[in-house]
Design a protein around this ligand. Structure first.
Ligand code: AMP
Length: 616
């Protein structure tokens, strides 16, 4: 079951000279780190609640540092629209989140009850997340650009008891649907006074600032236990309703260990994760992992803009940067000259997640930013990074890297219907190198989701023959590097070949005129399916029949006629999720006139993330 595509292996490996690194990486010897690692050992690096009362992410992320004398250290540095900054120390965060927990207690919000947020990346959001943990309640962040229906649907599915939001967002997105949310008892507005004393209060809401000023921080953090629910993250299903993935306090052991190995966090780092906490990356690695490691984390309150981002990287002396392929492609599109003149010498490590990282982007990092980009792989359900490229390890551009210490990954064979092959209760594994199978993980790591809220059967179906099945297809080379092929649903079957859209897209992006590409299969009476590409051009290139033929010819030369796109359309707006993933299933549904399925996470075509100005 090979794809028959040479694809990314054509890019030479990027080798490392660890001796020249400014900081010695946490993971130096991959095999030794895997051999010596255990999750219990990772748990021992955590403090646990004082008096052995349990484990609470809020304590590990914040109060622990205060207890150990690091309260004055800068925890979060927010970069405002005008480029100015405001900071919260670990001590400030401990105090503010303690007050937030107190407010929840005073409102009678109990353990396990759900607190939602619909906020931009403002300090209140971070305080609310940590305060919710400290109260023993469960946090569910929503992306502030969601429309009223996705907001209503998630609040309803998650039985949201409290919502923290702004006046404007409440008015536009929640007030119209409030009547249909009987479980939603309290709406806390972070700007209830609307910036002026004479603005009338919004009916049915409370003024968070006033409530915070009336209470003292909680004296005792809730004695949550490792298996108590801490976070609820909605992830979109390919069809039907979004799924609420449940994560527990024990997940912090994985955030700690993966932050150490895959992001190489050291206490002196200035770390910038560009993801919004509305997505799991923005919570696990925009809040929890950096704070647990006691670093200073940058939060940009604005949206992607090439010049702004270079200014932040340089001006804030960012040392570790965790971003996404969609953002990197956007910077590539903006042109290398935009990076020129910015002093990026503080930067020592760049990582990316969320989508396949085209080899082109890995190498672009090396050429333009002075460092290659390290791809890593995980999903909402895994709660933390599972497969990664590490600072001390050579990069094979186009590969996701190797499994984290403590993580056992494998490829499970699939039958003709795409179902995992199970024999005598055991999954049949694909062991030949460079052969495709479904990426699977051995259950048991601390940040593994513990369920889909109220959907026991859907959860059960994710496991078979002793493995958690990820729904992604991948290959592994002879040295244990994993290579992403595609989501199970996105793979194309053409004349007996199984074709991963990513390899075709990456090849198209090597054409000098192509900025971005999305590839799908469309039905064909002879081949079953043929490959169709949707291509966005770089500035300065116009669609034409000649260019279309040129790009197809270019792909053919590299991929062969069986795999190269037969059809190619130019587009200016590839459909993407708000977190930047190309929605191939939507391209396909639109192409074939099929139902579009769940589109609640779809980026509005009129306002792509890069240009959006809809600050709450
Ligand atoms: P979500 O849970 O919504 O964040 O989406 C997770 C999915 O994103 C994975 O199952 C993959 O299909 C895709 N994904 C995440 N990271 C990578 C990566 N490094 N390479 C390829 N696909 C990725």
């Amino acid at each position: 079951m090979t794809t028959g595509v040479e694809g990314s292996t054509r890019w030479p490996a990027i080798t490392k000279n660890v001796a020249a690194f400014p900081v010695q990486p946490n993971l130096l010897d991959y095999d030794a780190a895997r051999r010596d690692f255990s999750w219990d050992q990772a748990r021992q690096a955590l403090a646990g609640l004082p008096g052995g009362r349990g484990l609470n992410i809020g304590y590990e992320a914040v109060d622990r540092h205060v207890a150990e004398g690091r309260g004055a250290k800068e925890a979060l540095r927010f970069v405002r629209a005008d480029g100015g900054t405001r900071s919260l120390s670990y001590g400030d965060l401990a105090e503010a989140s303690g007050r937030f927990a107190s407010v929840l207690r005073s409102l009678g919000v109990g353990r396990g009850e759900r607190v939602f947020s619909l906020l931009g990346r403002s300090p209140e959001l971070y305080v609310a997340v940590l305060g919710t943990f400290k109260n023993g309640s469960v946090f569910c962040p929503l992306f502030s650009a969601f429309g009223p229906e996705p907001v209503r649907q998630r609040l309803h599915l998650g039985s949201g008891r409290v919502l923290v939001t702004t006046r404007a967002l409440y008015r536009r997105k929640v007030a119209p649907v409030r009547d249909s949310l009987p479980d939603l008892r309290h709406v806390l507005l972070v700007d209830a006074d609307g910036g002026g004393e004479h603005v009338p209060a919004e009916p049915g809401t409370l003024d968070l600032a006033a409530l915070l000023s009336q209470v003292d921080p909680v004296e005792e953090i809730a004695d949550t236990q490792p298996e108590d629910m801490a976070l609820l993250h909605f992830t979109s299903g390919t069809t039907g309703t979004p799924k609420g993935a449940i994560h527990v306090h024990d997940a912090v052991a994985a955030h700690y260990a993966t932050g150490r190995f895959a992001l190489d966090l050291h206490p002196d780092d200035v770390y910038w994760c560009t993801a919004d906490p509305g997505w799991v990356t923005g919570t696990s690695y925009g809040i929890i992992a950096p704070l647990v490691h006691g670093v200073t984390a940058i939060v940009d309150e604005e949206e992607l803009d090439a010049d702004r981002w270079y200014r932040i990287l340089a001006g804030q002396h960012v040392t570790i940067w965790y971003t996404a392929p969609t953002a990197l492609r956007m910077l590539m599109k903006a042109g290398a000259e935009r990076a020129a003149g910015h002093d990026l010498s503080a930067l020592r490590f760049i990582a990316s997640v969320g989508e396949p990282l085209n080899p082109e982007a890995v190498v672009w990092g090396q050429e333009v930013l002075g460092l290659p980009v390290h791809d890593n792989w995980w999903q909402t359900e895994t709660g933390g990074i599972m497969i990664a490229n590490y600072p001390a390890m050579d990069i094979r551009p186009g590969s996701m890297g190797r499994p984290l210490p403590g993580i056992e990954a494998a490829l499970v064979a699939r039958d003709a219907d795409g179902k995992a092959v199970i024999n005598d209760g055991q999954a049949v594994l694909v062991t030949d190198p460079d052969t495709m199978g479904e990426l699977a993980l051995r259950p048991g790591w601390p940040s593994m989701f513990r369920g889909y809220l109220n959907e026991e059967e859907r959860y059960r179906r994710c496991f078979a023959g002793g493995w958690y099945l990820t729904g992604d297809l991948a290959k592994r080379d002879g040295d244990g590097y994993f290579w992403f092929v595609g989501r199970g649903d996105d793979v194309i079957k053409s004349s007996g070949h199984l074709i991963g859209p990513f390899e075709v897209e990456s090849c198209l992006m090597e054409h000098p005129a192509v900025a971005e590409a999305g590839v799908i299969g469309v039905p064909d009476p002879v081949a079953g399916e043929v490959v169709k590409a949707f291509v966005e051009l770089k500035a300065g290139h116009e669609p034409s029949e000649d260019l279309q033929l040129d790009i197809i010819g270019f792909a053919r030369k590299r991929l062969g006629a069986a795999v190269a796109p037969r059809l190619l359309d130019f587009t200016t707006t590839l459909p993407k999720t708000r977190s930047g993933k190309i929605l191939r299933r939507l391209l396909k549904a639109r192409e074939l006139g099929l139902p579009e399925g769940d589109t609640s996470t779809l980026e509005s075509p009129a306002a792509p993330a890069a240009a959006r100005q809809d600050r709450p």
